[in-house]
Design a binder for this molecule. Structure first.
Ligand code: GUN
Length: 314
């Protein structure tokens, strides 16, 4: 189902070339605004926002993400605390570390990198994080607050998607939004955020019937399933806004010796039909870390009785 062979000629004739939504540039701007706010907190209040990141095990992709989060945190003028633990760390030790971070006044945000090893109950660890420091928005209290519109800490990837959509579309009232994927990290919180924007929201998943017909109705399509190129251009509604959350590494042997990152959407064919589309890499990915930094600054403000920066939180 890869490639654009199945775009019918009538649709091809329209040959819209999509606007590329440059997540890298948007993330640079967002991080610069975070850094400005960090300077203000330091100068006016003597506060330095601190983010603790916990990684259990040696998953190479997670190691790359964690290193990148630490670097960007420091670049924004904030404190980064990295806790790299062996894969066989007992759950009790992890819970004890979370408790210490909850009590540490220098730590305003706590992120436990997922996935965790099988012997650890991930939900128990995530729910041990103080909701006020839960910059991932994965604590059950923040999940409930998001679902009931009570000012939650919002998960970083859907928040990045929302910022890109607001910037490109403005008012989204009445638009049909289709989300591919029902994960707790992306699909479900994305649905809540788009509902709050007054979209008509459908979450599709592996058991959804007539997926192509459903996707063709979407004014907004968010693809977050982790299957390289599964959405061909022929499924995309002309003029739709397409956010590709997938980051799939194609094996070197299939790509002439070099690995290549691709999204869940077949970019070349979809870009001929969509009104706007995020590339992979350089689309949604960079927004995730920018939103993590924004959530950490917001947490630091709230913990210290200050108003969080406007425009950086939903
Ligand atoms: N693993 C993949 N994405 C994420 C994320 O957004 N947060 C955490 N904690 N782990 C992840």
């Amino acid at each position: 189902m890869r490639g654009g062979e199945d775009i019918d000629p009538g649709r091809r004739n329209a040959l819209m070339t999509a606007k590329i939504l440059d997540g890298r540039a948007f993330a640079d701007t967002t991080r610069a605004r975070v850094a400005e706010h960090v300077t203000r907190l330091r100068n006016d209040h003597g506060l330095v926002p601190g983010l603790a990141v916990v990684l259990v095990g040696e998953d190479p992709a997670s190691q790359v993400y964690v290193r990148s989060k630490g670097r960007k945190t420091r670049e924004a003028g904030m404190e980064s605390f990295e806790h790299l633990l062996p894969a066989d760390t007992p759950e009790g030790d992890l819970l004890a570390l979370v408790e210490r971070l909850n009590a540490d006044p220098a730590v305003h945000g706590i992120l436990v990198q997922l996935p965790l090893p099988d012997h650890v109950d991930a939900a128990r660890v995530l729910d041990a994080i103080s909701p006020a420091k839960d910059v991932d928005g994965f604590h059950v209290l923040n999940v409930g607050r998001l679902g009931t519109g009570q000012g939650a800490m919002v998960p970083c990837t859907p928040l990045g998607c929302l910022m890109l959509l607001r910037d490109h579309l403005g008012d989204m009232s009445g638009l049909d939004a289709v989300i591919l994927g029902r994960s707790n990290i992306v699909g479900k919180p994305m649905a809540q955020l788009l509902l709050a924007e007054n979209c008509t929201v459908t979450i599709a998943h592996s058991r959804t019937r007539d997926l192509d017909a459903l996707v063709r109705r979407a004014d907004i399509l968010v693809a977050a399933v982790g299957r390289p190129g599964m959405v061909p251009g022929g499924w995309v509604k002309p003029g739709a806004t397409v956010l590709d959350v997938g980051i799939n590494r194609l094996p070197a042997e299939e790509e002439g010796g070099k690995t290549r990152l691709v999204g869940d959407v077949d970019f070349a064919s979809a870009a001929e039909v969509a009104g706007a589309i995020t590339p992979v890499p350089g689309g949604v990915g960079p927004m995730t870390i920018a939103c993590l930094l924004a959530n950490t600054v917001a947490a630091c403000c709230r913990i210290n009785g200050l108003r969080p920066p406007e425009g950086l939180t939903p």
